[in-house]
Structures are given as C-alpha cells and as structure tokens.
Design a protein around this ligand. Structure first.
Ligand code: HPA
Length: 285
C-alpha cells in the first residue's frame, strides 16, 4: 500500500482500466452491511481491492473488499463493496486513495453510503437519511500535507459539499418510491469504540443528526477532486444512551441487511437518472 501519491493513483487507475471495458462516470461506496447492491448489477464483474496496485484493503468484517463494475438500466457504474477507515490504522491519504483512483478512472459523481447511529429525535432503526452537511470530529483530513495540484487546489470550499442538486433529485425519487427520505447532518468520529451517552448528548447539542466512523474523509477528498457528491446514511441503531440495548457491530450489519432493498431501489433510480446526464465513453478494442 502506498501513500496516495499521484503516480500511485495513475497506476491503480491504469490497472483497473485494463480489467474492465466499462468506463463509468458514477461510483458508489457501500458501507457496513450494505454491500448487496454490488451483486445486483447488469453485466457484473468483480475485482478484489487486493489486486489493485496501492489500494488499501479493509480488515473489518462486513466489508466486502472488492470493486464491482456493471450497469444499472444500461448506465455504467463502479461500486466499492467496502472501504477502509481511520480506526483500522489507515492514514487519511489511504482512505482518500480510492477516490483519487476513481477520479483518474473517469468518475465524476460519487454516492457515499454508510451505517450510522441515529441521534436526532424521530430517527429510527432502518431509516435512510440523506446527508446535507457534515461535522468532521475525526481529527483527520486527507488534504493535510503538501498539496498536489493535479488532484485539486490547496484550499477547498465545503459549503455545498453534498450537492444540493443531487439532494433534490434523491428527495424527488424517494417520494416517487413512496418513502420519506430524512435529511440531516453526519458527524464523523474516529472510533472504533462506539460513543458514550455523554458524547452523544454533546454531539446533539453541536448539531449532529447521526454519527458514524467513515464518509467524511472521502467526501473531502472527492470535493478536492471536483466530484459531485451525495451521501446517504442508513440508521442501523440509535446512538449510545438512546436505545435500551448495547450497541454492537452485529446490530449494524443486521439492520443494514434489512434496509438494503430500500437503499438499492433508491440507488438504482438515482444512477439511472444520473446516467441520462453523463452519457458513456464507449471502449472499442
Ligand atoms: N456510532 C458510530 N458509528 C456507527 C454507529 C454508531 O452508533 N452505528 C453505525 N456506525
């Protein structure tokens, strides 16, 4: 595994290009327990992360560890079944590496999904929440260090990090599918311990609606790369102190599996809609 240098991202993207004829402009990252979408594509092909040069590989149970390439209603898509997290010991540049590879591979639109604990009153197990903003409490940032202008500028605006345009599109689609897509602020923490009830009370005061251990470094990196970003949290549990049972990774996976169908339906409709915008770059060999 490298340090996320430009040359490494170029090498990784070239390798992936050699392994699939597809040239997707849209990518999806699937969170804990949400990997099923990567098995539901047309003309599907999988590529283990461990095969891709310099690509970071997760150690967490419930994370598939592969890329899926395929189509949704004819629209090409790249899907990461699993991701790496800072709490595994990965540096922020490692967490950002797949985004950089995807950008060099041709991806322009990124949908990040995750499992999260619900903080705001009214959020329930199995709810999907569109992320409209985040609070980065992880203490990490993938843009720390010398800036490589080939990826993006030194300072980036994060005002509309989660595209208002894509959010409106997702809301419209959810409505047409007959469910209420909640919307709110994702708070990222380092983990891997779940939070204490006192921390959750503090986070609520700070303006967090859900809490999780991923996504934020990826969205910062994707914005640096100039991608259009959407984020969807699956509320797999209520945050510490808000439910009667102890928090566990098993609960996260079980709830994730339960809401997968709804998430997949939403993702498919969003991708089909985006496909009409991006077109495809045909590969003829
Ligand atoms: N806290 C942090 N991360 C999480 C949680 C949580 O309650 N649920 C799923 N990921």
């Amino acid at each position: 595994m490298g340090i996320g240098a430009y040359s490494e991202a170029v090498e990784a993207a070239a390798y992936v290009r050699g392994r699939t004829r597809l040239r997707p402009r849209i990518a999806v990252v699937l969170g804990s327990g949400l990997g099923g979408f990567g098995y539901s594509l047309e003309e599907m092909k999988h590529l283990r992360f461990s095969e891709i040069p310099h690509f970071p590989v997760s150690t967490v149970y419930g994370h598939g560890g592969q890329m899926a390439f395929g189509k949704v209603n004819g629209t090409e898509v790249a899907v990461m079944q699993g991701r790496v997290h800072s709490y595994e010991g990965f540096k922020p540049q490692h967490v950002a590496f797949p985004m950089r590879m995807l950008k060099l591979f041709g991806v322009e639109k990124l949908i990040l999904t995750n499992a999260a604990g619900g903080i705001r009153e009214g959020l329930q197990h199995g709810d999907l929440m569109l992320i409209n903003d985040h609070i980065n409490l992880s203490g990490r940032n993938p843009l720390v260090g010398p800036n490589d202008e080939r990826f993006g500028p030194r300072f980036i605006d994060m005002t509309d990090a989660y595209s208002p345009r894509l959010r409106a599109m997702a809301q419209e689609i959810a409505k047409s599918q007959g469910f209420a897509l909640k919307e709110g602020v994702y708070m990222s923490v380092l983990g891997p311990s779940f939070e204490t009830p006192a921390e959750i009370r503090a986070f609520r005061t700070l303006g967090a609606d859900v809490v999780g251990m991923s996504t934020v470094l990826e969205s910062i990196s994707a914005r640096h790369l100039g991608m259009e970003v959407m984020g969807i949290s699956c509320v797999t549990n209520l945050a510490a102190g808000l439910q009667d049972t102890p928090l566990s990774h098993e609960e996260v996976l079980v709830t994730g599996a339960r809401v997968e169908e709804k998430l997949q339906g939403l993702l498919k409709a969003i991708i089909a809609r985006l496909g009409a915008e991006v077109g495809t770059e045909a590969v003829t060999e």
